[in-house]
Design a protein around this ligand. Structure first.
Ligand code: AP5
Ligand code: MG
Length: 213
């Protein structure tokens, strides 16, 4: 089992980059998407998570680590996992190392998408997503062929509840406090590959594919 981590602030383009890696044999694991699916199904976990996500706060470590543990339990030896939005705290990073170690797997790379706050606000304010297949669009930078409709499955696109200015600010603060320290954690393991995520979607995807594709 091999794993790659996509690290970067909210709105840097983790989900957008992940879409092209899925075609290269990676299993895309977005803890945000998994949590939003729980919300959609109105599970107890989803109800607890929504209250936190709407405020831009993190869901507890044991909840997300539990989801990853379950996923690994159902995995196969040759799996290549692409983590998007996980790990997000040092505790989660240490747990991920433990879980990968217990499966004799390897964390190959940490791709860091670097993007300043002003670009992030612009990206998240115009984001639209498909609630079914999770494809991500932007009204200006990556519009669907027909406004408001998913190119892949024709589902009506939605705006995420946490993509409002106040929650975006809170998410950026939490990222700086709790997730940015992971850069040093992974640099010490010589795993970090930084990419300038202010480039166009095509350029960022090409840079990531060159590294991992
Ligand atoms: P999550 O869903 O992971 O959200 P996030 O980290 O805030 O990241 P986003 O999905 O908002 O951004 P992205 O980097 O994927 O960007 P995207 O490709 O969409 O998590 C949501 C919440 O769940 C968290 O706040 C937390 O509460 C909870 N949670 C999740 N995981 C957790 C964990 N491990 N522990 C605890 N809690 C957890 O792109 C954004 C927009 O920009 C799109 O419109 C896109 O089209 C556009 N775009 C992308 N790239 C470019 C480009 N190069 N140029 C121009 N536009 C671009
Ligand atoms: Mg995302």
């Amino acid at each position: 089992m091999n794993a790659v981590v996509l690290l970067g602030p909210p709105g840097a383009g983790k989900g957008t980059v992940a879409e092209v890696l899925v075609g290269k044999g990676y299993k895309h694991v977005s803890t945000g998407d998994l949590l939003r699916e729980q919300i959609r199904q109105e599970t107890a976990l989803g109800i607890e998570a929504k209250a936190l996500m709407d405020q831009g706060k993190f869901v507890p470590d044991d909840v997300v680590v539990g989801m990853i543990r379950e996923l690994f339990g159902a995995g196969k030896p040759g799996d290549k996992f692409l983590f998007d939005g996980f790990p997000r705290t040092l505790v989660q990073a240490e747990k991920l190392d433990e879980l990968i170690g217990s499966l004799n797997g390897n964390l190959d790379e940490v791709v860091l998408l670097e993007c300043p706050a002003d670009a992030i606000v612009e990206r998240l304010s115009g984001r639209r997503s498909c609630p079914e297949c999770k494809t991500v669009y932007h009204v200006t930078f990556n519009p669907p062929k027909e406004a408001g409709v998913c190119d892949v499955d024709g589902t009506e696109l939605i705006r995420r509840d946490d993509d409002n200015p106040e929650t975006i600010r809170q998410r950026l603060t939490v990222y700086a406090e709790q997730t940015a320290p992971l850069i040093t954690y992974y640099e010490a393991k010589d795993l970090v590959h930084p990419i300038d995520a202010t480039q166009s979607i095509e350029q960022v995807r090409a840079a990531v594919l060159e590294k991992l594709g």
